[in-house]
Design a protein around this ligand. Structure first.
Ligand SMILES: Cc1cc2nc3c(=O)[nH]c(=O)nc-3n(C[C@H](O)[C@H](O)[C@H](O)COP(=O)(O)OP(=O)(O)OC[C@H]3O[C@@H](n4cnc5c(N)ncnc54)[C@H](O)[C@@H]3O)c2cc1C
Length: 268
């Protein structure tokens, strides 16, 4: 197996186009796969940055979880939801190398950053033979083409003015998340104007539109929150797990969702 350390996007794309190539960023989920002969390191591409632009915050794909958790710029967006999501994954040494691009691209069910980025309406810049920008949700419903990789995460500032909350449930603090919940909401007077909810852990990272539609434009009461959340959770298809029974996980997901929603919508 050979390692490559390209310094330009063009060279990286050319190396990744070979079917026997695999990108490596933090390397924390690296598993030797059959047919992989060329490992293409992305960390020399100078993609470790957080840039505060007028209408967006740009996060380079190899920005580490530690960089995100310590960023003052990201701390100001939606109650610091990205800082929260990146500060409670794995342990300190791992957070120093785990990258935002890797946390998204590995498509693990327990990933913290995808649901937090989903509720901020983030988009991904993907480079390859052509450059394209796609909503993060679309990434989880599609595949990268040969040669393509994520180069940047784009967070629109207009989607971050409200309140956010992030909850991770795991058996120990540094273990993989069993459930993660991300909530974002804005208000107009007494009514909600925007509600976005996403989860991972029990399902691949996904938005829960039934809750968003059920709570949007409404005056929030405990009763409405309970009814909307429990109905949506009952309809969710959960991924199989040997750790807890499905009933328990469904109950827990409902409880954590209500906790996140209450924090953001009712201040409690
Ligand atoms: C004990 C432990 C506990 C953990 N707990 C959590 C947790 O609770 N929550 C959480 O979110 N994470 C957790 N993680 C981290 C997570 O499981 C992955 O290891 C990590 O997110 C991968 O990031 P990386 O930068 O190391 O990617 P790598 O391991 O380098 O790559 C992962 C995959 O993504 C691809 N890839 C990497 N970067 C890109 C890119 N820019 N574009 C396209 N493809 C790319 C690679 O080809 C590879 O297939 C944990 C890890 C460990 C070891």
């Amino acid at each position: 197996m050979e390692f490559y350390y390209p310094r330009t996007v063009k060279k990286t794309v050319a190396l990744l186009r070979r079917p026997s190539s695999l990108a490596v960023a933090g390397g924390t989920s690296f598993i030797v796969k059959p047919r992989v002969e060329h490992l293409v390191d992305l960390t020399r591409l100078e993609l470790n940055y957080i840039r505060d632009k007028k209408t967006e915050v740009l996060i380079g794909a190899t920005t580490t979880a530690t960089n995100i958790s310590e960023s003052q710029v990201l701390g100001r967006l939606a109650s610091g939801i990205l800082r929260a999501a990146s500060s409670i994954m794995a342990d300190t040494q791992l957070r120093n190398v785990i990258t935002v691009g890797g946390d998204i691209a590995c498509r693990y069910i327990w990933a913290n950053l995808p649901p937090a980025l989903m509720v901020l309406d983030a988009r991904l810049k993907i480079v390859g033979s052509k450059e394209r920008v796609i909503p993060i949700e679309k990434f989880f419903k599609s595949r990268l083409q040969p040669g393509e990789f994520i180069s940047e995460v784009i967070v629109p500032k207009k989607s971050t003015k409200g309140k956010g909350a992030f909850i991770k449930f795991s058996r120990t603090k540094s273990e993989y998340s069993l459930i993660t919940v991300a909530v974002y909401a804005e208000r107009l007077g007494k009514k909600t104007s925007v509600v976005r909810v996403a989860v991972s852990g029990n399902t691949p990272p996904t938005r829960i539109k039934a809750i968003e539609v059920g709570l949007q434009g409404k005056v929030i009461t405990e009763e409405l929150l309970e009814r909307t959340t429990m109905k949506a959770v009952a309809q969710l298809q959960l991924t199989e797990s040997y750790i807890f029974s499905e009933d328990y996980r469904r109950e827990l997901l409902g409880t954590l969702l209500k906790r996140g929603l209450k924090k953001v919508l009712m201040g409690g």
